[in-house]
Design a protein around this ligand. Sequence first.
Ligand code: FES
Length: 596
Amino acid sequence: MTDVGRHPRIKLHTLSEVVGVKGYVGSFDVRILKKARYVDEKECTACGDCADVCPVVRPDEFNLGLSSRKAIFSPFPQAVPSAYVLNMNECLGHNPSVCAKCIEACDKGCINFHMSDQEIVEDVGSIVVATGLEPYDPTELDEYGYTRFENVLTSLEFERLINAGGPTEGEVLRPTDRKHPRSIGFIQCVGSRSAKKGGNYCSNVCCMNTIKGTLMLKEHYHDIDIKVFYIDIRAFGKGFEELYTRSRRLGVHYIRGLPGTVEEDTAGSLRVAVENTATGKLEIHHLDMLVLALGIKPASGTQKLQEMLGLQLTADGFFLEAHPKLQPVDAATRGVFYAGCAEGPKDIKESVTQASAAAARAIRLMHKGEITSEPITSHVITENCKCCGKCAEVCPYNAITVDVKKKIPAEVNAAACAGCGTCAAECPFGAITMNHFTDSQILNQVEALLEEEPKEKILAFACNWCSYAGADYAGVSRLQYPPNVRLIRTMCSGRVDEKFIWEGFEKGAPVILVSGCHIGDCHYIDANHWTEKRIKKVHKKMEKSGIRRERLQLEWISAAEGIRFAQVMERMEALRQSVTKEEIAETIEILKNRKK
Ligand code: FES
């Protein structure tokens, strides 16, 4: 952090919040609200004279309330910049006659009560989202007694206690009597792997953090009794299994089962009831202190940032990468990358690895001084545009601007457009075309594929990233599926215009399949939501016109689902066989009459 603070080409905005982002890869305008520090950060030497005279005492957030600080304070040792900050909400007042002792104590005159928040705009080419995490709040898990018993601590509080720079200088003291505990218990998975409270995912770091804690305790207090209550221990990193084995060898008891209740006796000790699932017996353990190994939650503000940058979130609320294997640090929005727990729970090593990868990806993108983009982008035919704004509404990348009120036609920003083609499919006036996937190109494919014996064919639209790759996978896996499937590739299922479907039926297709990535996995953020809506609309129209809706199917098939691809095609073949010649002829007639 100190290196970052000193680096001549890194601008660090502390006490700041991103309040708006506009633009696209290569040219993002980031609006930053820089909060007033009330201390000149360039002049302040962090001597601490101001804090010495400040009469306001408040709990120190860095030590999680286990120690205190003043209203003017340094957030934590080694904070960058090395300057104090004044919390104006806690300060006794702007009026010097109320207090102002800090101003008098500061020889360099760094303190200024009249500073105000500032808004800054930075123009940047790429963005790395490294918003960190939030620890799980255990107050809702009342069975562990965190809110009722002082000797129940969180893993973060324990971390501050055992840290040499912490409030007790590394001495582990029981909060109620400030004596060394003779026994300590750790409860794992607090707020993790639970469908009811917290997240149902593994928080990745808690097992190893507990093991590290037990080793430190055993190092300082040889005869301390340590018990770890767990579901299972996940020590899968390099060298982690050895640490786990060492902890066991040092006499730490690992008990499989999470406590049901925690009660306190008169001496402040804790009575922990647990079902040991290894022995099937109910056990009661008496412990001096209990540590809750907290799970990891997405950082607060994740959703706000997601909306600002047009990013995607997983069901757990973390940011979703563009591809879990091929683009693990990229966001679906070009020029945005992820580092650390913003993308999911991870330990320091993984966070550093991902941060280095994100930095390298950003440098690779920016170092040439110019951005190259794929030629597959949308293009507006201005004379057809009626300025309805539908294209801008459906674009997952905010790449289209259109002024509905002033009737200024749509314009596509080619640098921001990722080429899903949803706008082209949704435009009711045919005013948007997609380079390399134009309407006429796709309609010609439909026509060619159904030119001979259309009744025997299964017409399938497959998105490039998932379903088409799924078909490939089925092929390389030597899976058998009906040979009469005719695939038309689009970049995204969002590109499948309803006119392609009507054209298919009109050309005699017995069945049509539209397939794409699973919902939440679309490579163009949420473009396949529009596919889903569109297909529902077409189904309604089919029903109204007397065409069997089953003849149009929508299936989500991922790149790894070769077997599923083959199964879906088998189903489509069975469906195709159920469609009679007469039914096809009737459909063609209906559609021709509709056109008239
Ligand atoms: Fe596959 Fe959008 S990329 S559905």
